[in-house]
Design a protein around this ligand. Structure first.
Ligand code: ARG
Length: 541
């Protein structure tokens, strides 16, 4: 059952007290628990005295006082704070509602390319997409994962031909030969035609390539703990058969026209979207149009999220515009772009020799760094237990660092900063959680909300806990997982202040029970929140 937060109730009380108040603008404040300043604009519009209006409103809300030039400050009564803790604790969902119920969202994410190693560019899509999937599902939405794998296109002719001639599937070597040797390039082009026409020998080799890559992707997904399963992989090849129809329908509808032999959709941009090339071949854009049509028409999506590098913005603008003109897109299609992962030189992350960095190498480095941090904290720990905790901390650190960065910003991949125990890191939040679990393990008493006086740090902790659903709502509203990271890092700080100033186990029975209730709610909120980011919550750290 959804539990309205104190901020929501304050907002509602303000609206009820002042008919016509559109925007109460409730925020947290240094002077009170919450402050509303929306009365200022309203009073100005009506030619009223804002201070007088604030006074009248404050008189109608328990705990509220008028302040400053027309603010209403709220100091939340203790029984209200306690009531919120009790309600959230009693609810299996911590009081978070199901605002996404009834929606069907396709999330297109991860999207690695066959025959190439997954690299750091795919890391962001995988991690951000998975967090969005988890949050939307948690809020009651139906979510369909679609891993739009690059398993089709001219490069496969090149690869299959190279494999056929040299017995080697190395992408870079094939590329080099393709560029240097025109005869090989020509044989590769003929091979693509054969593949697309269903030539059994070519298809068999292609299948082998796909299967081998897939094993590698699955290993990475398992390591990352993301929820993509083989059944979620719907590669570009899946849409191949539908491409001629897509082209024909666009042309019949007058959305696409032939220009210089190519079938194009002209829009506001300088260059058109090419549906079919002049040689008759279909490319990336046609495939995305077919995919979109399938997702709306067959999968029943009312919203499609494309978690793809910001550098593909133009492509998606054009695809969405064409689909809308064709009448294929009634609902929402959203490009959810993200920035680039940089090396410490501030340039796109590459190895010393200029190659893209392999994802598995990055994860190895993070787990190794985490191992040092964990064993420094637990000198006795070793063996499988140390290895497991290093994995949870290291992988969690990489994911948290990625998710906590504003999505469209670039960031520097810095393993040491990622696994630091202080600062805005996954480890910091994991550690706050583990501290609470340690207290709860030793509790020896049942948590219960009791009518005891609250310390200032306890009030702050409760107000933070009360904002959980709002933070999830912000993630869903702007597809911004960093809102949840910001929330959890603030919660971890409130938890840290609480455990460092309020003794729990040594407190008198009624205070202890109440503090244990706070510990329980805070630990469960941290666990749920980190789980929605796909970050593990070990009980010990
Ligand atoms: N495989 C592509 C790449 O690595 C990304 C695919 C994104 N998804 C889509 N529907 N176009 O660049």
């Amino acid at each position: 059952m959804s539990v309205p937060s104190i901020a929501e109730s304050f907002d509602r009380a303000l609206r009820a007290a002042v008919p016509g108040l559109v925007e109460p603008a409730v925020r947290s404040s240094g002077r009170a628990d919450l402050q509303a300043d929306g009365l200022l604009a309203l009073a100005r519009r009506r030619g009223e005295d804002p201070q007088r209006l604030a006074g009248v409103v404050a008189g109608r809300i328990p705990g509220a006082v008028a302040a400053g030039p027309g603010f209403v400050n709220l100091t939340v009564p203790e029984d209200v704070l306690r009531g919120q803790v009790a309600l959230r604790l009693a609810d299996g969902r911590l009081g978070v509602g199901l605002p996404e119920a009834g929606t069907t969202t396709v999330v297109d994410y991860s999207q690695p390319n066959i025959a190439k190693e997954m690299h750091v560019g795919h890391l962001r899509s995988t991690i951000i997409g998975d967090a969005l999937v988890r949050v939307l599902e948690h809020l009651g939405g139906t979510v369909l994962r679609q891993n739009h794998i690059g398993d089709w296109g001219t490069q496969f002719g090149m690869l299959i031909q190279f494999l056929h001639e040299r017995g080697d599937g190395d992408y870079r070597a094939a590329r080099a030969l393709f560029e240097a040797d025109t005869a090989f390039a020509e044989r590769s082009r003929r091979r693509v035609v054969a593949l697309q026409a269903g030539d059994p020998a070519s298809v068999a080799v292609w299948r082998r390539l796909v299967a081998a890559s897939f094993e590698h992707f699955t290993d990475v997904y398992d390591r990352l703990g993301v929820r993509l399963r083989p059944a979620d992989a719907v590669g570009e090849s899946f849409y191949n058969a539908a491409l001629p129809q897509v082209a024909a329908d666009l042309e019949a509808a007058g959305v696409a026209v032939v220009s210089d032999g190519a079938l194009c959709v002209f829009g506001e941009e300088a260059s058109p979207l090419i549906v079919r090339k002049s040689d008759g071949g279909f490319g990336y854009a046609a495939t995305d149009l077919a995919a979109l049509r399938h997702r709306v028409g067959v999968l029943g999506a009312d919203r499609i999220l494309y978690v793809v590098d910001a550098r593909q913005a133009l492509h998606f603008r054009q695809v969405f515009a064409a689909a809308r003109r064709a009448g294929w897109l009634g609902g929402q299609a959203v490009h959810v772009p993200f920035g680039t992962v940089l090396g410490d030189d501030g340039r796109p992350f590459r190895t010393r020799s200029g190659e893209t960095v392999r994802l598995t190498d990055l994860l190895d480095a993070a787990v190794a760094a985490a191992r040092d941090v964990v064993s420094a904290k637990n000198p006795g720990l070793g063996g499988e237990e140390l290895a497991e905790r290093a994995r949870q901390v290291g992988i969690g650190a990489v994911k948290y660092a990625d998710l906590s960065t504003g999505r469209t910003r670039d960031y520097v991949f810095d393993v040491d900063r990622m696994v630091a125990l202080t600062g805005d890191t996954g480890v910091y939040v994991q550690f706050a959680h583990a501290r609470l679990r340690s207290i709860l393990r030793r509790a020896g008493a049942t948590p219960a909300v009791t009518p005891v006086a609250l310390e200032p740090v306890e009030r702050r902790l409760i107000l933070r806990l009360d904002g959980f659903a709002a933070a999830l709502g912000e993630v869903a509203a702007g597809y911004e997982p960093h809102r949840l990271c910001g929330y959890l890092s603030g919660l971890a700080q409130a938890v840290t202040a609480f455990v460092e100033t309020c003794p729990v186990l040594r407190a008198p029975a009624d205070v202890r029970a109440n503090r244990l209730a706070l510990c329980t709610l805070a630990a469960d909120t941290l666990r749920t929140g980190l789980d929605l980011l796909g970050v593990a919550t070990p009980d010990r750290l």
